[in-house]
Design a binder for this molecule. Structure first.
Ligand SMILES: CC(=O)N[C@H]1[C@@H](OP(=O)(O)O)O[C@H](CO)[C@@H](O)[C@@H]1O
Ligand SMILES: [Mg+2]
Length: 562
């Protein structure tokens, strides 16, 4: 288990004026982190993400910004995660985590982008002074900010961590380096620190204990089975592998029989190659190194273990994907049932909702609305958007189709659960299960390991096999394609990314194309993490879906003269 490494920088140094000190520190540290002239960077859907070899200057400025953010928030701890998730091994990225474990507040993304694109030390200094002044941050107060940092298993992670720490040093920020973690572990730790331990113990062991305790409590009270739960996990050769291994071996071996494949996290070149949640979801096929047994459950994590998808092969050896939409419907149905069996005071007031993006399969949306009768909200891509909408419900279930998501419980529901008096054993059972699941699921962000445990326990309570789960609805055939264009930023959208306003005229052409296909739906948007435009299409049959996808891709190309 990696140890943590606390680096306290200049915390006890006399500060004459911190502004001068920032200037001096910047001067001392800037030279090796100067931006390469020809590149530009954007803080996108999931922070900065691109070729690792071009990121040094970016992470240095993120270190400065994280320091400012922490000072702005009166010294609350900010998280910095160095990861490029499901991207190929040569990429890397960086993102900031706000004090309650949520994504960086949107208005600060623009500050991050601005700082990352400045080309000289003078410009960086002037921009930081300007920002500090506008935001009312006193660079002279001698109070240091607080940051915790971690990275996934990429080869470039260590050097980028050092460059980020140089950025933090310019402001004398206190930093604790947690080294190798999954992204959601870092989100968990940030929240634990800023809630003074109320959310959980501030350590990786605390994370394992919180999850395993909740899992054990539910299993022992509510699962009727003589045999252990079985699961095979494809870890994408990423950092989720060793973490899941520790959790299952050291904490849950009584309950779960697990097998890990694609667990070569020490080989950075293997990361996400032929494996992982994104590979399985995009290609709709098995990852390497899984020889499936019919009707057994399999799961794939992504490179930083904040996403999970499930799958199985049926008795005819046909591959069946159980993606984020299927997880959302499983959980929403489960909660709906629990709430309906709770005391009236709870069942009459508790608002359950599901939040999806336009990439959700149309069948899942229909199922949630029509069969489960739970309201569905659609937001733009990126978990920060889903998270904020989900927080408006008492139980807000949010999942992107690719398996990134979690469940949020409102404070008022959590306190009601603590005080409400059950009058039947069934009511007692419902209340207890809701309380334990609120501890089992990582409410700060989507978490492959915590989501996996939640799905496994729900299936066990319901005594469902993978095909029982899959039966709830049938996905419409769908295709997610990518088109490389000279400038993806000309593709602008409205209506939760479902309609284009630019390039001019393209949306009308897409609408025309869609109207020719049964059950057709298609939309186009620029990716926030890759230099490409994404084209989503679905239709009643596979062949219509393929044709619609091709047609819209062609329309996209010709709209930019390709
Ligand atoms: C269609 C799709 O899967 N898009 C992904 C992808 O964003 P894009 O902006 O589409 O590149 O990466 C994001 C970060 O991991 C994730 O939140 C999102 O769902
Ligand atoms: Mg990820």
């Amino acid at each position: 288990m990696p140890h943590t490494n606390t680096i306290e920088i200049s915390s006890d140094q006399p500060t004459t004026t911190t502004a001068m000190s920032f200037r001096d520190q910047l001067h001392a540290l800037y030279a090796p982190h100067q931006k390469p002239g020809h590149l530009s960077f954007t803080y996108g859907t999931a922070g900065f993400r691109t070729l690792a070899s071009t990121l040094d200057s970016v992470v240095f400025t993120v270190g400065i910004l994280a320091s400012l953010r922490s000072k702005y928030l009166n010294g609350q701890t900010i998280g910095i995660m160095i990861t490029a998730s499901h991207n190929p091994p040569q990429d890397n990225g960086i993102k900031l985590i706000d004090p309650q474990g949520e994504m960086l507040e949107a208005s600060w993304e623009a500050y991050a982008t601005k700082l990352a694109n400045l080309g000289t030390e003078e410009e960086v200094f002037a921009e930081v002074e300007r920002l500090a002044q506008n935001l009312g941050i006193d660079l002279n107060d001698g109070v240091s900010g607080n940051v915790i940092i971690a990275r996934d298993s990429r080869e470039s992670g260590l050097a980028l961590t050092k460059a980020t720490i140089d950025g933090l040093k310019t402001m004398g920020t206190k930093v604790t380096d947690y080294q190798l973690l999954t992204t959601p572990e870092l989100h968990y730790l940030v929240k634990c620190i800023n809630t003074q331990g109320a959310y959980g113990e501030v350590s990786e062991v605390g994370y394992y204990k919180k999850l395993s305790t909740a899992f054990r409590n539910i299993y022992e009270n509510f699962v009727q089975s003589d045999s252990k739960i079985q699961i095979t996990i494809d870890a994408a050769n990423g950092i989720g592998g060793p973490k899941a291994e520790t959790l299952f071996t050291e904490y849950l071996s009584q309950y779960v029989d697990f097998q890990l494949v694609n667990n070569q996290y020490q080989d950075p070149q293997a990361l996400n190659v032929g494996s992982g949640a994104d590979f399985v979801k995009t290609n709709q096929k098995l990852p390497n190194n899984i020889t499936p047994e019919p009707l057994k459950l399999y799961a794939s994590f992504d490179g930083d273990a904040d996403r999970v998808v499930f799958y199985y092969v049926d008795s005819n050896s046909v591959f069946k994907l159980l993606d984020g939409d299927k997880i959302a419907t499983l959980l929403a149905g489960f909660f709906k049932d629990l709430v309906s069996k709770s005391p009236a005071k709870l069942s009459e007031s508790c608002q359950i909702g599901v939040v999806q993006t336009a990439y959700a399969n149309g069948s899942s949306t229909n199922h949630i609305t029509d069969v489960l009768q739970v309201p569905v909200v659609c937001t733009p891509t990126g978990v920060k958007h889903l998270h904020h909408e989900a927080a408006k419900f008492d139980i807000g279930v949010y999942f992107e189709a690719n398996g990134h998501g979690t469940v949020l419980f409102s404070e008022s529901l959590l306190s009601l659960l603590q005080t409400i008096e059950p009058s039947t054993p069934q009511e007692q059972r419902s209340i207890q299960t809701l309380i334990e699941i609120s501890n089992l699921i990582n409410q700060t962000v989507g978490d492959a390991i915590s989501d996996l445990l939640t799905v496994l326990i729900v299936l066990s309570i319901k005594q469902w096999t993978p095909d029982n789960w899959d039966e709830s609805y049938t996905d419409l055939p769908n295709r997610l394609a990518k088109v490389i264009v000279p400038d993806r930023h000309v593709f602008k959208t409205i209506n939760a990314e479902r309609q284009l306003t630019s390039p001019k005229g393209l949306q009308l052409q897409i609408d025309d194309a869609v109207s020719k296909y049964n059950g057709g739906r298609s939309f186009v948007r620029a990716s926030g993490t890759e230099d490409a435009v994404r084209v989503y299409a679905e239709a009643a049959s596979k062949s219509e879906c393929e044709e619609l996808s091709k047609e819209v891709c062609e329309l996209v190309k010709s709209s930019v003269g390709l």
